[in-house]
Design a protein around this ligand. Structure first.
Ligand SMILES: Nc1ncnc2c1ncn2[C@@H]1O[C@H](COP(=O)(O)OP(=O)(O)O)[C@@H](O)[C@H]1O
Ligand SMILES: [Mg+2]
Length: 311
């Protein structure tokens, strides 16, 4: 449904995205995952014909984003990072205005309005001014304008940014419900968001793709060890070395300001019980012991340091 081949975008001397290639199948939900400045918004603006690429080809439903922008835009609903909401209009007025710009006929517009009001639960606020809506409702209005003409493809730029946890869950559920019937690309800088909602994740860093994989594949590929954090009340001077002598240990990092040791074990081992007993039996006082999950920072460090082996 979406094909991107060797897209590069330069702003003057600065390369914002560099030879990016990927495809998205019909009905698939794909995440662009990367830190701020990675190039996610730039890639989305090219796909939505908001601006052209410097080099490369992008196609949506077989239409070229540069040569056939009208055909592409007809098939895309776009939620920009900052949705263009008119604060002085009511929800109904705004969505009607958007529908007319999209060239929807009266009949289509009426059924489209009913559909998005229902799907995004906007019925109760349809006559309220957008300026007076909460951030969560404003984001739903933004999504409603993207869905209004029932496009087969949705491009959602950081759709949960600035929402509270309950609103985030609602938006994620909505996106999941679009899978299958719609082809979706969403961007996020939050790893759990990408893995919760998407079937495939494209990790972008400094304008380049560093990995493309399923959430499961990604965590399997990235998790090369089990990590446990241990804080001890009265550690002997040689505690790090005594930890190193334990079975299954790969490495031991000594306490930094957190005051805790970080122990890395071979993958697939759960040594918490054994470790707790080791500390307690020696009478050192166990203050804390927990497994540490991989953070986004860890993911990027791993991926950017081991680029060769990846797609
Ligand atoms: N119009 C522009 N002119 C110059 N640099 C830009 C422009 N838009 C974005 N950039 C730069 O391109 C890089 C990628 O930006 P962006 O695509 O917005 O990243 P993301 O959405 O992943 O945070 C950033 O370093 C940003 O500062
Ligand atoms: Mg962005």
């Amino acid at each position: 449904m979406i094909e991107v081949q060797n897209i590069t975008k330069r702003y003057g001397d600065f390369t914002a995205i560099d030879r990016v290639t990927f495809t998205v199948d019909k009905g698939e939900v794909l995440a662009f995952l990367g830190p701020n400045g990675a190039g996610k918004t730039t890639a989305m603006r090219i796909l939505t014909c908001f601006m052209p690429a410097t080099e490369g080809v992008a196609r949506v439903a077989g239409f070229d984003c540069f040569d056939q922008p009208i055909e592409v835009k007809r098939r895309i609903g776009y939620l920009p990072e900052h949705p263009p909401l008119y604060q002085e209009l009511t929800v109904t007025e705004y969505l009607t205005f958007v529908g007319r710009i999209k060239g929807m006929g009266a009949e289509d517009l009426r059924s489209g309005l009913d559909r998005v009001m229902e799907r995004l639960a906007l019925g109760d606020v349809r006559h309220r001014l957008i300026a007076n809506l909460s951030r969560g409702y404003q984001q739903r209005v933004g999504l409603a304008q993207a869905l209004l003409h029932d496009p087969p493809v949705l491009i959602l730029d950081e759709p949960t940014l600035g929402l509270d946890p309950k609103q985030i869950i609602e938006i994620r559920e909505l996106i999941k419900s679009l899978a299958g019937s719609h082809t979706v690309i969403l961007s996020t800088h939050i790893l759990p968001e990408a893995t919760a909602v998407c079937q495939r994740v494209v990790i972008i860093n400094n304008g380049r793709i560093v990995a493309v994989d399923s959430p499961e594949g990604l965590s399997a590929r990235l998790r090369q060890s089990e990590k446990i954090r241990v804080a001890v009340k009265a550690p002997p001077a040689d505690l790090a070395n005594r930890f190193r002598a334990l079975p299954g240990i790969l490495s031991v990092f000594e306490p930094t300001e957190s005051g805790a040791f970080l122990l890395e074990y071979e993958l697939g081992q759960d040594r918490r019980d054994e470790l707790a007993r080791f500390v307690v039996d020696n009478g050192w006082g166990l203050l804390e012991l927990k497994t540490v999950s991989m953070t986004l920072e860890d993911v990027f460090l791993r991926l950017t340091q081991h680029e060769e082996g990846l797609e």
